[in-house]
Each structure stands twice: as structure tokens, then as C-alpha cells.
Design a protein around this ligand. Structure first.
Ligand code: HPA
Ligand code: ZN
Length: 337
């Protein structure tokens, strides 16, 4: 491990953009397929990894939804999330806000309660085992209808006390934020925080819509906002957090080369960018891998990496006094390193 690698691994950080279904490693996919008698179209772990070559978001989504079919019981969701928390803790993650896609499961007959009970028990486990705090973000699949999103929000009703926010993911182009304006208004009325994927493949206009029509607290990705200087100025002025995912951007061809990744340009323009792993099992790295890859590709200093980590706390849904404590722990870490 280089000095920078160990600096990154021990830097206190939050992860704000992580799809728990995207942390399903091929080894666990095989184990769960066997446990549940589900057939998958792969003969080996190597075979699965070889299938992970994507040329766009949809290529990935097709494989990601197929992989999720091995998740059936509450124990499966627990094991999936616990494996993520163990891995994240090793990467210096002390707070994780994880997304899940209930419709991927309810649409194939797995009960909402089964999914959320498994995730919540793993979150409790992460707190006791690793001292990590966690929050849950329930995502709507944007390729499905507004009606289906409303039905999902209704299923979540008994669990609202355990859900921090709603999010919007899946196929972006052709499914603008405006499609979900009424669902987001309903979620907001229930006291939920709001995030949405915007500007990953979709145009800057979708980022405008996420702000103006969904009233989001955070933008997931947001890369294409950089094409619109007025939007950049607004995001900076409003202190809007962007949950950027460098290895995801590379694997889904949002950037051609990490050497051209805009993360430091975002910071230079006053944007509150953070570093996250998105779907680590599919994109080749957890959060520290993302910090390491982007630090190497863009020659980022320890100070810049610490700014990215600070942004992960200021952009989180933690209470202000907890955020202040975590920022102080970054200062203490820098002073001691
Ligand atoms: N974009 C959109 N939907 C997703 C993603 C993503 O990066 N990961 C999982 N679902
Ligand atoms: Zn994502």
C-alpha cells in the first residue's frame, strides 16, 4: 500500500450513492442462486465477471436486474447488505446512505416487507459491529409508471420511520424527472428527503427539472450539468451536493478515460462533489477504490481528497451536530497524518 492508499483507507468518509443490489458480488450471486434454486445464465464466477463489459447504462441495467433475481428471502437481503457494510467499514466509511429498488423485487413476487426487514437488520448489524451509522433511500424505477411509483410509496407507508429519503434510478433518457413530480410532492409531504439520478446520461435539462420540479436535496451523478454554465452557477450557489461515481462513469462510458474525469473541475467551479461507488460489484471497486482511482488519474492531493470526504458529510442527511463531529474527525486525522 502506498502512503496515499493508506491515507485514503483511513480518511473518515460517508458513502451517499450506493445501490445495495449493485453490491452483489458474483460469489454471493452463485451462493444465493444455489440456496434458492434460482438458475442464472452463468457457469462460473469468471463467466459472470466477463459479462461485465458495458457500453452504456442500459447494458448494465439489463445484467443488474437479472442478477437481482437470486435475492429472495429476508436472509438474502441481510447477507447482501452485511457484505457491503463489512467492505465499506474496511474502506473507512463511517456513515452510509444506501439505496434499494423495491420494485425490482416486488414485481417478481418478493414482498416489500421481506426486502426491508433484511436490509434493516443488516443496518442494525453495521451499527453494532462497525459503529457505522446508516440510512435507507428507497428508489423508484423511472422506466416504470408514475402509478407504480405511487403504489411503491403506499407499500412503504408502515416503514416510513425507517426510510430517510426517496430516489429515482434506472434508465434515465426518455424518463425525465417531470414524470415523477407528483410522487415526489407526496413523498415530501410525508417528511422524506429527496434525491434523484440526473445528468448521468440525461441532458442538463433533467438536472434543472430535478431541482425545479422534484425539489431534490441532492443530485446523484450530475456530470452533464457541466454542459450548462448557468446551471453550474446555480448548483454552486445553492450548495447542492453531487454524488459522483468515478469508476461507474468509466464503466458506463459517461467518461472515456478517468484521466478526463471532471471531479476536480467540479470542485474548482464551487460544486459540492463527493466520491461514491454506485454499484461496486459491477464497476470494479468500492469507495476507497474510487478515491484511489480518481486520485491517481487526476493527481489529486490529500487536501482535495479531504475536501471530497468533507463534502460527503455536509451532503449527508445526518443531524448538523453529527456532521460537525465528523468534520472535526477529518481535521484531527489531517493534523495527525
Ligand atoms: N444509474 C441509474 N440507475 C442505476 C444505477 C445508475 O448508475 N445503478 C443502479 N441503478
Ligand atoms: Zn446510481
Amino acid at each position: 500500500m502506498t502512503d496515499l492508499d493508506s491515507f485514503i483507507a483511513r480518511l473518515p468518509k460517508a458513502e451517499l450513492h450506493l445501490h445495495i443490489e449493485g453490491s452483489l458480488e458474483p460469489e454471493l450471486m452463485f451462493a444465493l442462486a444455489k440456496r434458492n434454486g434460482v438458475s442464472i445464465p452463468y457457469t462460473s464466477v469468471e463467466d459472470v465477471r466477463a459479462a461485465y463489459a458495458f457500453s452504456n447504462l442500459q447494458d448494465f441495467l439489463d445484467i443488474y436486474y437479472a442478477g437481482a433475481s437470486v435475492l429472495v428471502t429476508e436472509a438474502d437481503f441481510h447477507d447482501l447488505a452485511m457484505a457491503y457494510f463489512d467492505r465499506a467499514a474496511a474502506d473507512g466509511v463511517i456513515h452510509a446512505e444506501i439505496m434499494f429498488d423495491p420494485q425490482t423485487h416486488t414485481d417478481r413476487g418478493v414482498a416489500f416487507d421481506t426486502v426491508i426487514r433484511g436490509l434493516l437488520s443488516a443496518m442494525a448489524g453495521a451499527e453494532t459491529k462497525h459503529g457505522m451509522t446508516c440510512a435507507l433511500i428507497m428508489c423508484f424505477l423511472r422506466h416504470l409508471s408514475e402509478q407504480a411509483a405511487f403504489e411503491t410509496l403506499a407499500m412503504a407507508e408502515p416503514w416510513l420511520g425507517t426510510i430517510a429519503a426517496v430516489g429515482l434510478d434506472s434508465s434515465e433518457v426518455g424518463h425525465p424527472p417531470s414524470k415523477f413530480a407528483r410522487v415526489y410532492a407526496a413523498a415530501r409531504a410525508k417528511g422524506l428527503k429527496l434525491v434523484a439520478h440526473a445528468g448521468e446520461e440525461g441532458p442538463p435539462e433533467y438536472v434543472h427539472e430535478a431541482l425545479d420540479l422534484l425539489h431534490v436535496d441532492r443530485i446523484d451523478h450530475g456530470n452533464r450539468a457541466l454542459e450548462d454554465p448557468v446551471l453550474v452557477e446555480r448548483l454552486a450557489r445553492e450548495g447542492m451536493t453531487l454524488t459522483v461515481c468515478p469508476l461507474s462513469n468509466l464503466k458506463l462510458c459517461v467518461v472515456g478515460d478517468l484521466a478526463d474525469h471532471p471531479i476536480d473541475r467540479m470542485l474548482a467551479q464551487g460544486l459540492k462533489a463527493t466520491v461514491n461507488s454506485d454499484d461496486p460489484a459491477y464497476f470494479g471497486g468500492y469507495v476507497a477504490d474510487n478515491y484511489r482511482a480518481i486520485a491517481a488519474a487526476r493527481g489529486l492531493s490529500q487536501d482535495v481528497l479531504a475536501t471530497l470526504a468533507r463534502n460527503s458529510f455536509t451532503g449527508s442527511f445526518l443531524p448538523p451536530e453529527t456532521i460537525a463531529r465528523h468534520l472535526a474527525s477529518i481535521d484531527a486525522y489531517l493534523a495527525g497524518s
